[in-house]
Design a protein around this ligand. Structure first.
Ligand code: NAP
Ligand code: MG
Length: 407
């Protein structure tokens, strides 16, 4: 292409591992670099390079996102004992996603990519339902206790300032039983609320939030109150201007309503609800390779990625020289999400338009019947359906992209 589209501000790129890394390079070489004049701040999060730098590269990448505002990340290995052996690592380094999330104080939003020849399991759903999961506290950092025999259980709080301890009676056990204590932090819930309002406004979609505040009158009710206070204080006018709504309802009501909605909303959920219901939404939409993920910081930093991992099994086939049919859709959408956000922040409509066209080209490719193996089993059976290999899929998208760019 003669005239490349200029991306004004530097983009932070985080490279990754295995088959995702193989696809990542193809996406850049075949879909992005031929069309974009782009300055990249590159961080290689390959597991071996994280090991070589004692994971400093991950921290540097997170700092770069704080500096520039937008990062795009490939899937990376979270090492376990097998991976430590496989790559001769010094140790099982922490998940890069966990490290970056902690540094940006962010919330992860997952959104399915819809095509017209793969129908969601719920027929009412026409637009994506995005899930925002609070990734702190509750049952994930609980304290559990096996009550051995009859007796009285109490909670004791000892204030740091030396003031009087507080005891809360829990239950008089008539015999053996079990108990569980959950906790959460006001600051963490507030960050979660801010990230949800930021995301909904950025996508111009309604925000639903649901807890069980009728039963849990302090714990769940606090979530509701913190969201409400933050909304009234900082978001009400912005939502009104954008023509979107904040809507709180009981979790049971939300679950019932979600089956009847046409979608196009953000559904914010507490940690456990989000864990369970994000898997339901993912499965109802078909394939992990059709799910994008964005980390939104309450400070307005964004990190885009695919929801899937490194696609390890396909990579081992690839290494043996066998043909693979891995789906690069979510990785492409990580790039388009990041580029669109960059364009919005920089006020460069040409970049936003490029992101729109690349997404349209990728969707059109599948809708015309050219797809990878994971989608072929889900798609409506049509004579035009054709399975392509990893590279063939990206090549077909490149052809469609050229058509769209040429008008
Ligand atoms: P995975 O990479 O998501 O793959 C699981 C399975 O899902 C694949 O074997 C494949 O099924 C299917 N799949 C996922 N993405 C696909 C794609 N793009 N195209 C076609 N099929 C796709 O999860 P995993 O194998 O459990 O994990 C592998 C590595 O990824 C692990 O080391 C883990 O730490 C890492 N991981 C990283 C992230 C991240 O960076 N965000 C997230 C999750 C996991 P078939 O084999 O049936 O074709
Ligand atoms: Mg889950």
């Amino acid at each position: 292409m003669a005239n490349k589209i200029k991306v004004k501000t530097t983009i932070v790129e985080m490279d990754g591992d295995e088959m995702a890394r193989v696809m990542w390079k193809m996406v850049k070489d075949k879909l992005l670099f031929p069309c974009l004049d782009i300055n990249i701040d590159y961080y290689d999060l390959h597991v071996k390079h994280r090991d070589d730098t004692d994971d400093k590269v991950t921290i540097d990448a997170a700092k770069a996102i704080m500096k520039y505002g937008v990062g795009i990340k490939c899937a990376t290995i979270t090492p376990n004992e097998d991976r430590v052996k496989e790559y001769s690592l010094k140790k099982a380094w922490k998940s890069p996603n966990g490290t970056i999330r902690a540094m940006l104080d962010g919330t992860v939003f997952r959104k399915p990519i819809l095509v017209n020849n793969i129908k969601p399991a719920v027929s009412a759903w026409k637009k994506p339902i995005t899930i925002g999961r609070h990734a702190y506290g509750d049952v994930y950092s609980n304290t559990e206790f096996a009550v051995p025999a009859a007796g009285k259980l109490e909670l004791v709080f000892t204030p740091q300032d030396g003031s009087k301890t507080i005891s809360v009676p829990v239950f008089n056990f008539p015999g053996k039983g079990i108990a569980q204590v959950n906790h959460n932090l006001e600051q963490s819930i507030l960050s979660f609320a801010r990230a949800c309002f930021t995301y909904a406004l950025s996508e111009k979609i309604d925000l639903w939030f649901s807890t069980k505040d009728t039963i849990s009158k302090i714990y769940d009710a606090s979530f509701r109150e913190i969201f409400e206070r933050e909304f009234n204080k900082n978001w009400k006018d912005k939502f009104k201007t954008a023509g979107i709504e904040y809507f709180f309802t009981l979790i049971d009501d939300a679950v019932a309503r979600i089956m009847k909605t046409e979608g196009g909303i953000l559904w914010a959920l507490k940690n456990y609800d989000g864990d369970v219901l994000s898997d339901m939404i993912a499965s109802a939409n078909g394939s992990l390779a059709m799910m994008t993920s964005v980390l939104v910081s309450p400070n307005g930093w964004f990190e885009f990625e695919a929801a899937h991992g490194t696609v390890q099994k396909h990579y081992y086939k690839h290494l043996k020289g066998e043909e693979t049919s891995s789906n690069s859709m979510a990785l492409i959408f990580a790039w388009t999400g990041g580029l669109r956000k960059r364009g919005e922040i920089d006020h460069t409509p040409a970049v936003i338009e490029f992101a729109d066209k690349l997404e349209a080209a990728a969707l059109a490719t599948v809708e015309e019947g050219t797809m990878t193996g994971d989608l072929l089993v889900l798609a409506e059976k049509r004579p035009s359906n054709k399975k392509v290999n990893t590279e063939g899929f990206i090549d077909a998208i490149a052809v469609n992209l050229q058509k769209k760019l040429n008008g």
